[in-house]
Design a binder for this molecule. Structure first.
Ligand code: CU
Length: 290
């Protein structure tokens, strides 16, 4: 064995030791300190073997090229379908808060985890380009997104945002709400908004799909953010449809996530000026026997 090979083997072992690992639980990862931060910024990353299981080597310059909107000629669109018997959603009892109880008096107040329309289309599926745009640097959008607390729910229930994009947390209810983020890589902010009209600006600093936000006062309230590094993300509406427009032609992995039914990925190639259609199909996971 020559010395060059020996050097590479030693280097590989050393780097494998440093490589990020999937955290075993929400609490086991020190926030923002490990090599995942490098990946999350989407900066230039050296890989040892050229595969997707990248081994990162410290902080290196951002080698990405700036996004050129003139290249955005392609479209990906499709639907998220639900297969099987649609589960009945859990009924929510808001009586712990008289303001919430009053707002939902006489209504059928239920969980919005699984919303399927009469055509079997699934709502609140977060869809985004998860691979294929690593070499492009996208500006942070000027527009803010809003997470409203309205009718004792978070609105919207699922939405995407870019890293560092401004998020306004708003309270539209005449009662006190709390926003408690439960991300693994992002700061777990935790604050209350006690007056109607309260508004606070937030950002997520790290790529993370998904970040759960809950209200510690009303246990039925939950929302999800997909925090991504490109603007090609969306959430399926009541018709289960999605569309990603102004995409540069290329080959991409499109990911689709649902809070109960997990994540699905599809690889798709779309040409210059073309539209490709994709369908995601979600079904209830089987419980393992024994
Ligand atoms: Cu609340």
């Amino acid at each position: 064995m020559n010395s060059a090979w020996r050097f590479l083997i030693v280097l590989s072992f050393g780097l494998a030791f440093l490589a990020p690992r999937e955290p075993a639980s929400r609490t086991s990862v020190p926030p923002l300190t490990n090599a995942l931060a490098v990946t999350s910024l989407g900066g230039g990353v050296f890989t040892i073997d050229g595969s997707n299981s990248a081994i990162e080597v410290g902080n290196i310059p951002d080698l990405r090229i700036d996004w050129d909107p003139a290249t955005g000629t392609a479209t990906l669109k499709g639907v998220a379908r639900f297969k099987g018997k649609v589960p009945k959603q859990r009924k929510i009892n808001p009586d712990s808060d008289p303001v919430c109880a009053k707002m939902h008096e006489g209504s059928d107040f239920r969980s919005e985890a699984v919303l399927v329309n009469k055509d079997g289309m699934l709502r609140n599926v977060f869809v985004w380009i998860s691979k294929g745009l690593e070499s492009t640097k996208f500006p942070v959008p000027d527009e803010a997104v809003t997470l409203d607390q309205k009718g004792c729910r978070f609105e919207p229930h699922v939405q995407g945002v870019m890293v560092k994009q401004k998020i306004f947390a708003v309270n539209s209810d005449a009662t006190t709400h709390n926003l408690h983020a439960m991300g693994r890589l992002n700061e777990n902010f935790n604050f209350t908004q006690s007056t109607k009209g309260a508004k606070k600006a937030l950002t997520f600093e790290r790529k993370e799909t998904m970040v759960f936000v809950k209200c510690d006062i009303h246990p039925w309230m939950g929302a999800y953010f997909g925090v991504v590094t490109n603007p090609f993300h969306t959430t399926t509406g009541a018709d289960g449809a999605f569309e990603l427009k102004n995409l540069p032609p290329g080959t991409y992995t499109v990911s689709a996530w649902h809070e109960k039914y997990g994540i699905q990925k599809k690889e798709v190639t779309v040409g210059d000026g073309k539209t490709e259609e994709i369908e995601f199909s979600f079904k209830k996971r089987r419980r393992r026997k024994g």
